[in-house]
Design a protein around this ligand. Sequence first.
Ligand code: SF4
Length: 340
Amino acid sequence: MSNLDILFPVSLSNSTLSHSCDMKFFRSNIQHLKSSLTNPDLLAGGAFANACELARKAYYNEGLSEEEAIELGEEFILTSPDTGHSIKTNERVALTFKKYIKSFPFTKEFKPCVLADGSHAIEYFFSLDTGIKHPDLPDRNIKYTGLLDGFYEKSVNGEVIGRYVLDEKTTSRVSRVKGTKEVDLEREADIFRASSQLIGYSVAAQRLNNIKITSGLIRRVPIMVKHEPAYELDIPITQFMRDQWEVATYERIRELVERYIYYRDNVKDNSSMFPHSVFYPSYGSSCNAYMKMCGYAAGCLHKQGEKELAMIFDQTVGTMSEDGQRGLTSLAEYKKGLGL
Ligand code: SF4
């Protein structure tokens, strides 16, 4: 029996679906247990991403020069909340941002695609209807949503030679060619070759905007004590990958909905049952991914663990207003807003 409230998510993103442990998915997306602590890596990455967006919009949409656009981005990072990171300080992130744009300048030969509504695909939020009914909201279908750095196209002599999902990723770890300081680009690319995120975003580009993506373009931006230049990885995406991704992703969502209904109707209020019998814990590598213990571990270690989780975490749902502002609201308020 659980005293914690539940709600199946109204939209699912790549990161919510990629949990390799069903119990982790349950804690994070059905019980909506979130920590109010901030993560310095996320703050640094967020400041970098927002500065890129600001500078690109200033250059491509408002016609500012590259120098002016860079200044805007730099100022944004320096005036953002302190990252609290010992290496990824605001000053170091700002310097890395400046050098990154110098290495990958804004050009007319590599520019954001124009979307169906005429806007540029910079910092593009999409919402794809999966056609799968929400288990508590019969009038709503579950959405697959994402926010990406952009869809871009590359031209040579005025002819488009490729369309890309662009993803800038800051990192503090780089693979090296054995015995050298050189970046091992093949090994780095291998990390992303079957990336669900890149494939899913390319499906959204095709379905929503009729843009056929040829590759994912990952730009790795090291933020380290000693500056290292950013580098680019071109990850091909085929139609075969897109077709398989759609089948597998929608099947996974249907299966999660079925489990949720079973849990809601048979387990939640049954004092002799635990959610673990419906959302199986992996007890595997995801328990200590990135050398950090899973935040929900207490719930998998002993019978009363869920009570501990209820004390450590808040039940909150991330929201986004019409003007793109992100916020958090309590699960109870959120459900009220949905009429539940
Ligand atoms: S501790 Fe391990 S098994 Fe439990 S929720 Fe986390 S990842 Fe899953």
